[in-house]
Design a protein around this ligand. Structure first.
Ligand code: AMP
Ligand code: ZN
Length: 117
């Protein structure tokens, strides 16, 4: 998967502002942040989305990294939103599973926005 940009981030071939790393996952700031804090957590291995052979250990690693990233970014107390865009209707644009951690300002109630509305 050498054409996958997030595989390239995971391997170090592409620069990223790294926030956290462990054996299975790496977290880095989103290149086009939608809030003061916008960090992505990805598996180091290539999985297109949550339906792509993601093991319980990897799921555990991905979501265990969320509060660690929130603490590092200073939003653990103020709160944050966690989003996984999965597939076409969710408008997933990068085909390598990633968890968005978004915070640093107050967000609207609810989380489902529809295209064109
Ligand atoms: P999604 O729409 O859920 O697939 O989110 C993909 C996210 O990846 C977007 O928020 C992009 O801004 C972000 N992104 C794309 N390329 C890079 C990159 N090279 N480094 C960091 N973030 C990226
Ligand atoms: Zn990949």
């Amino acid at each position: 998967m050498d054409t996958c940009i997030f595989c390239m981030v995971a391997s170090g071939e592409m620069d990223a502002r790294k926030v956290y790393e462990d054996e299975l996952v790496i977290a880095f700031d989103d290149i086009a942040p939608q809030a003061p804090v916008h960090t992505l957590i990805i598996p180091k291995s290539h999985h297109i989305d949550l339906g792509d052979d993601v093991s319980p250990d990897l799921l555990n690693a991905l979501f265990s990294a969320v509060p660690k990233v929130a603490k590092i970014k200073g939003v653990d107390t103020s709160g944050y939103r966690v989003i996984v865009n999965n597939g076409r209707d969710a408008n997933q644009t990068v085909g390598h599973l990633h968890v968005h951690v978004i915070g640093g300002r107050s967000m609207s109630h609810g989380m489902v926005l529809f295209d064109g509305e």
